[in-house]
Design a protein around this ligand. Structure first.
Ligand SMILES: [Zn+2]
Length: 138
């Protein structure tokens, strides 16, 4: 059992530790990623942490050529777009993530249903340190 309250803060701490964690309802078994403290299916708050294996399939994606400033700082722009998407995890839940190691300038070559594996992107230093969830083709 993991002794951390179920919260976005703890979820992000786990990402820094390269763990993709969700919460599982002990009553009905529904799994949430990012974790929820209360089950929206049965309204119970009997939740436990559960670690995802980090495998799934690409369910949807989009190429972004004009992103937020922190993406522009990473060198992404109209000529060098990046890809974000939704991954359907093997455990069931769907999670938003950056999609790495695909050619975002050729979205026709990126296929929904592609098997994907998790990748943790560590950015920044000190208090600005943040880990982003990403997936890449297996
Ligand atoms: Zn439930």
């Amino acid at each position: 059992m993991i002794d951390r309250p179920i919260s976005d803060i703890a979820y992000n701490q786990f990402l820094q530790e390269e763990k993709l964690m969700g919460s599982k309802c002990e009553q009905c078994g529904t799994v949430y990623v990012p974790p929820r403290p209360i089950c929206i299916e049965c309204r119970k708050s009997d939740m436990q942490w559960i670690e995802m294996k980090g495998k799934g399939k690409l369910a949807a994606f989009t190429s972004i050529s004009i992103g937020p400033s922190f993406m522009i700082e990473e060198g992404y722009n109209r000529k060098n777009p990046y890809c974000v998407g939704v991954i359907e995890l093997d455990e069931g839940p769907r999670v938003d993530a950056r999609i790495e190691n695909v050619d975002a300038s050729k979205p026709d070559d990126i296929k929904v249903g592609t098997p994907m594996t998790v990748k943790f992107l560590h950015r920044g230093e000190g208090i600005d340190k943040k880990t982003y969830l990403a997936f890449e083709p297996l």
